[in-house]
Ligand binder design. Structure first.
Ligand SMILES: O=C1O[C@H](COP(=O)(O)O)[C@@H](O)[C@H](O)[C@H]1O
Length: 243
């Protein structure tokens, strides 16, 4: 399916639209299936969206929060993706703590932590070892190097397709990340990207041919779900021709 691409004059309009789309998907998921499962992005771009979500009156007991990737640090660390979303959003709403599933980062071996989260996803979604869970919403960001979640260029994580979670590698530092097949199983994926430093990556991601191992966000092609790219003009300039 062709992705939906929307370009906004500034990041605040982008966030307004991301909020509108996210709320519609939450409502739809709860109406259809009685719950909504969301995998969150980290980084800076989605923070204002999380702050907006903190202001909403939603059926929080029906919403389940997971993460698409995590830096291998404690939740109290300023680098923690879960820590950011908790402070910006989750601490301010009446979501049951049991509906929040941060990626574990306590084990000495990140591979063990990846396996623990893999198991947690299987238990929650009732999926077997050869099946992938289907998130209602996956929020993703984009690095200037073309990475998304913690799928970095030319790393082993890009090839992993026999489990839900694996260890990513950012300049030798471990991360945890959902794998490509789990992300592509989602019902709905929103990429949020701002800033001129994302232009080169976006040009390659949307090029007819390019090396996906060099620009991992190219690997994100939902099998049955919807894909939207929400960009500001600074990031979206190279995509004007696709609009
Ligand atoms: O390291 C990460 O970077 C990407 C992009 O972050 P942004 O600050 O440019 O929005 C993010 O999507 C990912 O979750 C995070 O771990």
């Amino acid at each position: 399916m062709k992705p939906n691409i929307e370009v906004f004059a500034d990041p605040s309009q982008l966030i307004e639209r991301a909020l509108e789309l996210t709320l519609a998907e939450i409502k739809d998921a709860i109406a259809q299936r009685g719950r909504c499962t969301i995998a969150l992005a980290g980084g800076n771009t989605p923070k204002p969206l999380y702050e907006q979500l903190a202001q909403q009156d939603l059926p929080w007991q029906n919403i389940h929060i997971f993460w698409g990737d995590e830096r291998y640090v404690p939740i109290s660390d300023p680098q923690s993706n879960a820590g950011m979303a908790t402070k910006a959003w989750l601490n301010h709403v009446a979501i049951p703590p049991t509906n929040i599933y941060p990626m574990p980062t306590q084990a000495a071996d990140p591979a063990e932590a990846a396996q623990t989260y893999n198991q947690q996803l299987q238990t929650f979604f009732g999926t077997g070892p050869k099946e992938f869970p289907r998130f209602d919403i996956v929020l993703l960001g984009l690095g200037p190097d073309g990475h998304t979640a913690s799928l970095f260029p030319h790393t082993e994580a890009l090839q992993v397709c026999d489990r839900n979670v694996t260890v990513g590698n950012k300049d030798g530092q471990p991360r945890l990340t959902l794998t490509v097949p789990v992300l592509n199983q989602a019902r709905c994926i929103f990429f949020l990207a701002t800033g001129a430093n994302k232009q080169d990556a976006l040009t390659e991601i949307f090029a007819e041919t390019a090396d996906a191992t060099h620009y991992p966000a190219r690997l994100i092609q939902p099998i049955h779900g919807k894909l939207s790219w929400l960009l500001d003009t600074a990031a979206g300039e190279p995509l004007q021709k696709y609009l």
